[in-house]
Design a binder for this molecule. Structure first.
Ligand SMILES: [Zn+2]
Length: 302
């Protein structure tokens, strides 16, 4: 039997570790919340999950792939995730390599999501693909000519910061009018509330989707506004990269037709070039497992 790949997925809310077979099936996997605490306390969670997975594999693995929230820095093997403030240029590649005893390969979480979906999910058969997540933020990764596209530092595919409204709201990145300022779940709920959505302060994109499904016109406008931003970005990135497929996952994408119908409708308006007419936009299939499956694909040729 072929040895599995060890996959690590590091995010602001959870850290997951799993074993992935060479046909992309996720076997043993466990996760823990990303702890509050110093850099070593966070590392201790990675250490314990990896040690447990190594034991489950009988110490025999074929390689280690790491998906991490960004920004990352591939040349130095370090990560500085926006949502893990204690990790500033944390040397994740070196630490994992020491722990496991074999070289680790790092990728952005958006890239790994895209790779996972292309291997085992809604991206199967795509050659030029954007995989993206719309949830508390908007992120993504590019698979170009069938291969993961890292970019210079590992951060290619940050589609949440494509500017769709140059005079728009300030973004956490320091810019203005990025897709994320309009289409992230929290920003959708905020906009709806500012425009008179009658909802409790803690109501989020899930409640907004429920309201839209119940016919609330303001909630429907919030979804259309977000979908318009996402579609404008897809038309732009699609034209730049000559894409054949876009796969969208994340909490906001779980609202299904509420997001996808207006995205496809608006995309049809903006994606006018002939080579974009076949561009498909599909819902992700792997959910939260995509990062682990994609991380494994960094060390298994798929
Ligand atoms: Zn931004």
């Amino acid at each position: 039997m072929d040895e599995p790949a060890l996959a690590i997925d590091i995010g602001g809310t959870k850290i997951a570790v799993g074993l992935v077979s060479d046909d992309g099936r996720l076997g043993h996997h466990t996760q823990l919340p990303t702890p509050d605490g110093d850099a070593e306390a966070i590392w201790a969670v990675v250490d314990s999950l990896v040690t447990e997975a190594l034991a489950a594999a009988g110490g025999r693995i074929r390689g280690v792939g790491i998906a991490s929230a960004g920004p990352i820095d591939l040349p130095s093997g370090t990560v500085s995730p926006i949502n893990i403030t204690e990790w500033q240029r944390f040397p994740i590649v070196e630490r994992v390599t020491e722990l496991v005893g074999s070289p680790a390969r790092l990728g952005g979480d958006g890239l790994c999501m895209a790779m996972g979906e292309r291997w085992r999910g809604a991206g199967r058969g795509a050659h030029f693909m954007l995989g993206m997540v719309v949830s508390t933020g908007v992120g993504g990764g590019l698979v170009l000519d069938g291969a993961p596209y890292d970019g210079r530092t590992g951060n290619a595919g940050h589609v949440g910061h494509v500017v769709v409204d140059p005079d728009g709201a300030p973004c956490t990145c320091g810019g203005r009018g990025c897709v994320e300022t309009i289409a992230s779940g929290p920003n959708m709920a905020r906009w709806a509330r500012e425009n008179g959505w009658d909802a409790p302060p803690e109501a989020d994109a899930k409640e907004l989707a429920d309201a839209a499904n119940a016919g609330d016109p303001l909630a429907l406008r919030a979804f259309r506004r977000a979908a318009t931003a996402v579609a404008a970005m897809i038309a732009s990135v699609g034209a730049v990269c000559d894409l054949d497929r876009v796969v969208i996952g994340g909490g906001v994408a779980k609202s299904g037709a509420l997001l996808f119908d207006p995205v496809r409708e608006v995309l049809a308006v903006h994606a006018g070039l002939d080579f974009l007419h076949g561009l498909q936009v599909l819902p992700a299939e792997l959910g939260g497992d995509a990062g682990l499956v994609g991380a494994a694909s960094l060390v298994i040729s798929v």
